[in-house]
Design a protein around this ligand. Structure first.
Ligand code: AMP
Ligand code: MG
Ligand code: MG
Length: 308
Protein backbone atom coordinates (compact mmCIF):
# COMPACT_ATOMS: atom_id res chain seq x y z
CA UNK A 1 0.00 0.00 0.00
CA UNK A 2 2.62 2.50 1.15
CA UNK A 3 4.87 2.36 -1.89
CA UNK A 4 1.91 2.49 -4.28
CA UNK A 5 0.33 5.52 -2.64
CA UNK A 6 0.18 8.69 -4.76
CA UNK A 7 3.30 10.84 -4.55
CA UNK A 8 1.66 13.61 -2.50
CA UNK A 9 0.58 11.09 0.15
CA UNK A 10 4.14 9.73 0.39
CA UNK A 11 5.60 13.24 0.64
CA UNK A 12 3.15 14.14 3.42
CA UNK A 13 3.76 10.86 5.27
CA UNK A 14 7.55 11.30 5.21
CA UNK A 15 7.27 15.00 6.09
CA UNK A 16 5.26 14.16 9.23
CA UNK A 17 8.04 11.93 10.57
CA UNK A 18 10.79 14.27 9.39
CA UNK A 19 9.20 17.26 11.18
CA UNK A 20 9.09 15.17 14.38
CA UNK A 21 12.78 14.28 14.03
CA UNK A 22 13.63 17.95 13.47
CA UNK A 23 11.70 18.74 16.65
CA UNK A 24 13.93 16.37 18.64
CA UNK A 25 17.02 18.08 17.18
CA UNK A 26 15.64 21.49 18.23
CA UNK A 27 14.99 20.27 21.78
CA UNK A 28 18.48 18.74 21.93
CA UNK A 29 20.16 22.01 20.91
CA UNK A 30 18.26 23.87 23.63
CA UNK A 31 19.13 21.20 26.20
CA UNK A 32 22.81 21.33 25.31
CA UNK A 33 22.67 25.11 25.87
CA UNK A 34 24.84 26.77 23.21
CA UNK A 35 22.40 28.18 20.64
CA UNK A 36 25.13 29.41 18.25
CA UNK A 37 23.19 32.56 17.31
CA UNK A 38 24.02 34.30 14.02
CA UNK A 39 22.23 37.49 12.89
CA UNK A 40 20.91 37.18 9.32
CA UNK A 41 19.50 40.72 9.44
CA UNK A 42 17.62 43.09 11.73
CA UNK A 43 15.45 41.02 14.09
CA UNK A 44 16.31 37.93 12.06
CA UNK A 45 18.41 35.48 14.10
CA UNK A 46 19.49 31.97 13.15
CA UNK A 47 20.61 29.31 15.63
CA UNK A 48 22.27 25.91 15.53
CA UNK A 49 18.77 24.47 15.90
CA UNK A 50 17.58 26.18 12.67
CA UNK A 51 20.66 24.93 10.78
CA UNK A 52 20.59 21.35 12.05
CA UNK A 53 16.82 20.94 11.74
CA UNK A 54 16.98 22.14 8.13
CA UNK A 55 19.78 19.68 7.28
CA UNK A 56 17.75 16.81 8.75
CA UNK A 57 14.58 17.77 6.86
CA UNK A 58 16.12 18.53 3.49
CA UNK A 59 18.50 15.57 3.50
CA UNK A 60 15.66 13.18 4.36
CA UNK A 61 13.21 14.55 1.79
CA UNK A 62 15.85 14.90 -0.94
CA UNK A 63 17.05 11.31 -0.44
CA UNK A 64 13.56 9.89 -0.91
CA UNK A 65 12.38 12.41 -3.54
CA UNK A 66 15.54 13.44 -5.42
CA UNK A 67 13.77 15.14 -8.32
CA UNK A 68 11.53 17.39 -6.23
CA UNK A 69 12.46 21.04 -5.69
CA UNK A 70 12.92 21.84 -1.99
CA UNK A 71 13.50 25.40 -0.75
CA UNK A 72 14.60 25.92 2.87
CA UNK A 73 14.86 29.15 4.83
CA UNK A 74 18.50 28.56 5.74
CA UNK A 75 19.72 28.36 2.14
CA UNK A 76 21.82 25.56 0.69
CA UNK A 77 22.66 23.19 3.52
CA UNK A 78 25.30 20.48 3.70
CA UNK A 79 23.21 17.38 3.13
CA UNK A 80 25.83 14.88 4.23
CA UNK A 81 24.13 14.13 7.51
CA UNK A 82 24.59 11.28 9.96
CA UNK A 83 22.24 8.30 9.58
CA UNK A 84 20.58 9.29 12.82
CA UNK A 85 19.26 12.46 11.11
CA UNK A 86 18.04 10.67 7.96
CA UNK A 87 14.37 9.83 8.24
CA UNK A 88 13.17 7.11 5.88
CA UNK A 89 10.02 5.85 7.62
CA UNK A 90 6.72 7.29 6.51
CA UNK A 91 3.76 7.84 8.82
CA UNK A 92 1.72 4.70 8.13
CA UNK A 93 -1.52 6.01 9.65
CA UNK A 94 -1.45 8.97 7.27
CA UNK A 95 -0.84 6.68 4.29
CA UNK A 96 -3.95 4.62 5.06
CA UNK A 97 -6.14 7.54 3.98
CA UNK A 98 -7.48 8.09 0.47
CA UNK A 99 -5.72 10.68 -1.65
CA UNK A 100 -8.00 13.51 -2.85
CA UNK A 101 -8.65 13.12 -6.60
CA UNK A 102 -7.18 16.55 -7.41
CA UNK A 103 -3.65 15.56 -6.35
CA UNK A 104 -3.59 11.85 -7.28
CA UNK A 105 -1.70 12.35 -10.51
CA UNK A 106 0.65 15.15 -9.41
CA UNK A 107 4.16 14.47 -10.77
CA UNK A 108 7.56 15.36 -9.21
CA UNK A 109 7.87 18.48 -11.39
CA UNK A 110 4.53 19.80 -10.09
CA UNK A 111 5.85 20.10 -6.50
CA UNK A 112 7.83 22.63 -4.52
CA UNK A 113 8.45 21.87 -0.83
CA UNK A 114 8.92 24.98 1.35
CA UNK A 115 10.78 24.32 4.61
CA UNK A 116 10.99 26.57 7.65
CA UNK A 117 12.99 24.32 9.97
CA UNK A 118 12.29 26.53 12.99
CA UNK A 119 9.61 29.20 12.82
CA UNK A 120 9.76 31.67 15.71
CA UNK A 121 13.54 31.78 16.14
CA UNK A 122 13.45 35.15 17.93
CA UNK A 123 11.06 33.65 20.48
CA UNK A 124 13.19 30.47 20.73
CA UNK A 125 16.21 32.55 21.72
CA UNK A 126 14.14 34.50 24.26
CA UNK A 127 12.70 31.42 25.99
CA UNK A 128 9.18 31.51 24.52
CA UNK A 129 9.66 27.97 23.25
CA UNK A 130 5.96 27.16 23.00
CA UNK A 131 5.79 29.56 20.01
CA UNK A 132 8.28 27.47 18.02
CA UNK A 133 7.09 25.32 15.11
CA UNK A 134 8.68 23.26 12.34
CA UNK A 135 6.95 24.01 9.03
CA UNK A 136 6.96 21.82 5.92
CA UNK A 137 4.72 23.19 3.16
CA UNK A 138 3.87 21.28 0.00
CA UNK A 139 2.92 23.32 -3.04
CA UNK A 140 1.44 21.74 -6.15
CA UNK A 141 1.43 23.77 -9.35
CA UNK A 142 1.83 27.08 -7.58
CA UNK A 143 -0.62 26.63 -4.68
CA UNK A 144 -0.13 25.67 -1.03
CA UNK A 145 -1.87 22.30 -0.85
CA UNK A 146 -0.40 20.32 2.04
CA UNK A 147 1.36 21.22 5.25
CA UNK A 148 2.89 19.98 8.47
CA UNK A 149 3.08 22.16 11.60
CA UNK A 150 5.09 20.44 14.34
CA UNK A 151 5.36 21.96 17.82
CA UNK A 152 8.46 20.53 19.53
CA UNK A 153 7.63 22.00 22.94
CA UNK A 154 3.88 21.33 23.10
CA UNK A 155 3.03 19.51 26.34
CA UNK A 156 0.49 16.74 25.73
CA UNK A 157 -1.85 15.76 28.57
CA UNK A 158 0.01 12.41 28.65
CA UNK A 159 3.17 14.32 29.54
CA UNK A 160 4.71 13.61 26.13
CA UNK A 161 6.48 16.58 24.55
CA UNK A 162 5.62 17.69 21.00
CA UNK A 163 2.69 17.36 18.64
CA UNK A 164 2.32 17.22 14.88
CA UNK A 165 -0.52 18.80 12.96
CA UNK A 166 -1.10 18.12 9.28
CA UNK A 167 -3.50 19.36 6.65
CA UNK A 168 -4.13 18.41 3.03
CA UNK A 169 -6.68 20.29 0.97
CA UNK A 170 -9.50 17.98 -0.03
CA UNK A 171 -8.65 15.50 2.73
CA UNK A 172 -8.76 17.55 5.94
CA UNK A 173 -6.54 17.90 8.98
CA UNK A 174 -5.13 15.78 11.79
CA UNK A 175 -3.25 16.04 15.07
CA UNK A 176 -5.50 18.56 16.81
CA UNK A 177 -9.15 19.34 17.49
CA UNK A 178 -10.54 22.32 15.61
CA UNK A 179 -12.40 24.79 17.83
CA UNK A 180 -14.50 27.77 16.76
CA UNK A 181 -13.49 31.13 18.31
CA UNK A 182 -15.92 32.82 20.73
CA UNK A 183 -18.86 34.39 18.84
CA UNK A 184 -19.14 37.45 21.07
CA UNK A 185 -15.51 38.62 20.71
CA UNK A 186 -13.03 39.56 18.00
CA UNK A 187 -9.51 38.48 18.82
CA UNK A 188 -6.47 39.22 16.66
CA UNK A 189 -3.23 37.27 16.70
CA UNK A 190 -0.21 39.16 15.44
CA UNK A 191 3.56 39.60 15.59
CA UNK A 192 5.41 40.34 18.81
CA UNK A 193 8.73 41.21 17.19
CA UNK A 194 8.13 42.76 13.73
CA UNK A 195 5.58 45.54 14.22
CA UNK A 196 5.71 49.11 12.89
CA UNK A 197 3.36 52.13 12.78
CA UNK A 198 1.64 51.06 9.57
CA UNK A 199 1.05 47.55 10.84
CA UNK A 200 -0.33 48.94 14.09
CA UNK A 201 -2.78 51.05 12.08
CA UNK A 202 -4.13 47.92 10.41
CA UNK A 203 -4.50 46.12 13.75
CA UNK A 204 -6.24 49.12 15.36
CA UNK A 205 -8.90 49.40 12.66
CA UNK A 206 -10.42 46.08 13.76
CA UNK A 207 -11.13 47.39 17.25
CA UNK A 208 -10.37 43.91 18.59
CA UNK A 209 -11.50 42.78 22.04
CA UNK A 210 -8.03 41.26 22.48
CA UNK A 211 -4.71 41.32 20.59
CA UNK A 212 -2.49 38.27 21.14
CA UNK A 213 1.13 39.04 20.28
CA UNK A 214 2.85 35.74 19.60
CA UNK A 215 5.81 34.55 17.55
CA UNK A 216 5.87 32.69 14.25
CA UNK A 217 3.42 32.23 11.40
CA UNK A 218 2.86 28.58 12.37
CA UNK A 219 1.89 29.37 15.95
CA UNK A 220 -0.42 32.20 14.90
CA UNK A 221 -2.32 29.93 12.51
CA UNK A 222 -2.63 27.39 15.34
CA UNK A 223 -4.34 30.12 17.38
CA UNK A 224 -6.93 30.38 14.59
CA UNK A 225 -7.35 26.61 14.28
CA UNK A 226 -7.89 26.19 18.02
CA UNK A 227 -10.38 29.05 18.37
CA UNK A 228 -8.11 31.35 20.36
CA UNK A 229 -8.25 34.09 17.72
CA UNK A 230 -10.47 35.13 14.81
CA UNK A 231 -7.87 36.76 12.56
CA UNK A 232 -4.11 36.82 11.96
CA UNK A 233 -3.07 40.29 10.84
CA UNK A 234 0.46 41.08 9.57
CA UNK A 235 0.36 44.28 7.51
CA UNK A 236 4.06 44.51 6.68
CA UNK A 237 6.41 42.65 4.36
CA UNK A 238 8.91 40.38 6.09
CA UNK A 239 7.54 36.90 6.35
CA UNK A 240 8.45 34.54 3.53
CA UNK A 241 6.98 31.70 1.48
CA UNK A 242 8.38 29.08 3.89
CA UNK A 243 6.50 30.84 6.72
CA UNK A 244 3.12 30.73 5.00
CA UNK A 245 3.05 27.64 2.75
CA UNK A 246 2.37 25.02 5.47
CA UNK A 247 0.15 27.26 7.64
CA UNK A 248 -1.92 28.28 4.59
CA UNK A 249 -2.45 24.67 3.52
CA UNK A 250 -3.40 23.47 7.01
CA UNK A 251 -5.73 26.41 7.66
CA UNK A 252 -7.43 26.08 4.28
CA UNK A 253 -7.76 22.30 4.63
CA UNK A 254 -9.72 23.15 7.77
CA UNK A 255 -12.02 25.65 6.01
CA UNK A 256 -10.13 28.89 6.80
CA UNK A 257 -8.34 31.31 4.48
CA UNK A 258 -4.80 32.75 4.33
CA UNK A 259 -4.04 35.52 1.83
CA UNK A 260 -2.13 38.77 1.56
CA UNK A 261 -3.81 41.88 2.99
CA UNK A 262 -5.57 42.44 -0.35
CA UNK A 263 -7.28 39.05 -0.12
CA UNK A 264 -5.14 37.41 -2.84
CA UNK A 265 -3.40 34.08 -2.41
CA UNK A 266 0.36 33.94 -2.71
CA UNK A 267 2.02 31.82 -5.39
CA UNK A 268 4.47 29.07 -4.42
CA UNK A 269 6.31 28.11 -7.62
CA UNK A 270 10.08 27.68 -7.43
CA UNK A 271 10.91 31.06 -8.99
CA UNK A 272 8.56 33.17 -6.88
CA UNK A 273 9.94 36.01 -4.76
CA UNK A 274 10.56 34.64 -1.26
CA UNK A 275 9.23 37.69 0.62
CA UNK A 276 5.48 37.94 1.15
CA UNK A 277 5.56 41.58 0.14
CA UNK A 278 1.91 42.31 0.84
CA UNK A 279 1.69 40.91 4.35
CA UNK A 280 -0.65 38.26 5.69
CA UNK A 281 -4.31 38.18 6.59
CA UNK A 282 -5.75 34.87 7.77
CA UNK A 283 -9.03 33.84 9.33
CA UNK A 284 -10.83 30.66 10.27
CA UNK A 285 -14.37 31.86 9.54
CA UNK A 286 -16.40 32.64 6.47
CA UNK A 287 -16.03 36.43 6.54
CA UNK A 288 -12.49 36.72 5.13
CA UNK A 289 -13.46 39.25 2.45
CA UNK A 290 -15.09 41.50 5.07
CA UNK A 291 -11.80 41.51 6.99
CA UNK A 292 -9.84 42.35 3.82
CA UNK A 293 -12.09 45.32 3.19
CA UNK A 294 -11.40 46.73 6.66
CA UNK A 295 -7.69 47.24 5.98
CA UNK A 296 -7.20 51.02 5.50
CA UNK A 297 -6.41 52.12 1.95
CA UNK A 298 -3.23 53.93 3.04
CA UNK A 299 -1.93 50.70 4.62
CA UNK A 300 -2.84 48.73 1.52
CA UNK A 301 -1.00 51.19 -0.69
CA UNK A 302 2.09 51.42 1.49
CA UNK A 303 2.55 47.70 2.23
CA UNK A 304 4.23 46.19 -0.77
CA UNK A 305 5.66 49.48 -1.93
CA UNK A 306 8.18 49.34 0.93
CA UNK A 307 11.25 47.17 1.40
CA UNK A 308 11.61 44.84 4.40
P1 AMP B 1 6.41 37.12 13.38
O1 AMP B 1 4.95 37.25 13.11
O2 AMP B 1 7.08 38.44 13.63
O3 AMP B 1 6.68 36.12 14.43
O4 AMP B 1 7.05 36.60 12.05
C1 AMP B 1 6.61 35.42 11.38
C2 AMP B 1 7.74 34.88 10.54
O5 AMP B 1 8.14 35.85 9.58
C3 AMP B 1 9.00 34.56 11.34
O6 AMP B 1 9.65 33.49 10.74
C4 AMP B 1 9.83 35.80 11.20
O7 AMP B 1 11.19 35.53 11.30
C5 AMP B 1 9.48 36.27 9.79
N1 AMP B 1 9.53 37.73 9.69
C6 AMP B 1 8.51 38.60 9.83
N2 AMP B 1 8.91 39.88 9.68
C7 AMP B 1 10.23 39.83 9.44
C8 AMP B 1 11.23 40.80 9.18
N3 AMP B 1 10.95 42.11 9.16
N4 AMP B 1 12.49 40.38 8.95
C9 AMP B 1 12.78 39.07 8.98
N5 AMP B 1 11.89 38.08 9.21
C10 AMP B 1 10.62 38.45 9.44
MG1 MG C 1 9.62 31.55 10.05
MG1 MG D 1 12.74 29.89 10.54
Amino acid sequence: MATNAPLIMRIMALSINTAKRAGVIIRDVLKQGDLGIVDKGKNDPQTEADRSAQRCIIASLAKKFPSIKIIGEEGGSDLNVCDDWLVGEQDEAFLKQDCPADWKDAQPEDFVIWVDPLDGTAEFTQGFVEHVTVLIGIAVKNSAVGGIIHQPFYKQSSGELGRTIWGLKGLGTGGFTAVKPPANEFIITTTRSHSNALHQKAVDVFNASKVLKVGGAGFKVLQLLEGKAHAYVFATPGCKKWDTCAPEAVLEASGGTLTNINGDHYEYHENVEHVNRRGVLASSGENHQELVEKIPVEVRQAVGATQT
